[in-house]
Design a binder for this molecule. Sequence first.
Ligand code: PLP
Length: 410
Amino acid sequence: MSLYSQPMLVRVAQRRLVACMIYLDSNATSPTDPTVVEAMLPYLCEHFANPSSSYRAARLVRAAVQTAREEVARLLGAQAEEVLFTGCGTESNNAAIESAKMLWPQRRHLVIATTEHSAVLEPARRWEAEGGVVSRVPVGCDGIINLDALREAMRPGETALVSLMWANNETGVLAPMEQVVNIAHEAGALVHTDAVQAAGKVAINLAVLPIDYLSISGHKFHAPKGVGALFVSQRVRFRPWMLGGGQESGRRSGTENVPYIVGMGRAAALMQQALRDGTETRVQAMRDAFESRVLSAVRDVSMNGHRERRLPTTSSLTFCGIDAQAMLILLDESGFCCSAGSACHTASVHPSHVLEAMGYDAQHAASTLRFSFSRFNNTPEVETAAAAVIAAASKLRILRDEAAGPVVFG
Ligand code: PLP
């Protein structure tokens, strides 16, 4: 019997509703599933023992961590021993890239894509600063990695690691992972993928796709923020950068964040269920309906990225001549949450490097909004959101035409 009653969980859900009426920003962070919170709560209070201790209370906690490891492994088609828990997706990416430095000095070459998240771009910059070499492979105007350029970038005998994201956080565009793995392995390089946006939204089966390292993050699939995981294939070596008490089989020292690990396990099991029972297909149908309403009602709107080869949850739309920040303010005032570019970049004035890499100019990027959906959305609210976006775009166009120039709020 849980100490935490249904009314308490309802309160959690209600507070979320008050905080933001209609949430279309799940790529920034997804709503925590109340059943995930429920699974976590006993490990914050009753079952607080350190999993490394030897008494019975600790064995119970250790078993819960192991169950979570199995649940995450099942979502990825991996073995439980191949999953190590981290603090976030950023840490997982850093850990994979740092590990590949074990191949220095013979293999000092790293290959990434121009559209990677900063959690790969920045470690790559450090790789260079420390004396390594980095190749940045371009993408096409549809956001898909140029495989010929990838082949050309490979340096057999020198390339240590190819790190390419599975799904882009701004456009949702999916990488052709099978071909990427083949090209990298032919050159004897390890393969890491930042699957932070992909996990739980598209099928991942590492039993048949020989990726070496793969990063995920709990808060992108309805677990809380502050927990991630790194898959390390049992075929390859891993050199940890976090040293200490030797937790996680010596691969990530530090006392395990048990409640969050349990939550991530539960969330992984729920995502696997959602992939199986067609829930994700329902999310895609909502996204498609939203997109077609907006595209048919507003003139000069275009969609960014490959139409089919993208996450079922993501829609990146450019409203030509409209300031996306102004649109965000109008939508926020009416209770809608979405993003201009990726959330990690909203404080910066730089145009999206992802859209730039796809060949778009700064003006295009400044008129782009990202809407990202999840199973916590429903059809009526998505219809309401489409109507609000259409109204906001038309209001801003009228204001712009009246002022004969772009409208900038704030
Ligand atoms: N990689 C991608 C593609 C992301 O979208 C994000 C977060 O937005 C990260 C990595 C970083 O994950 P975390 O917030 O868990 O550190």
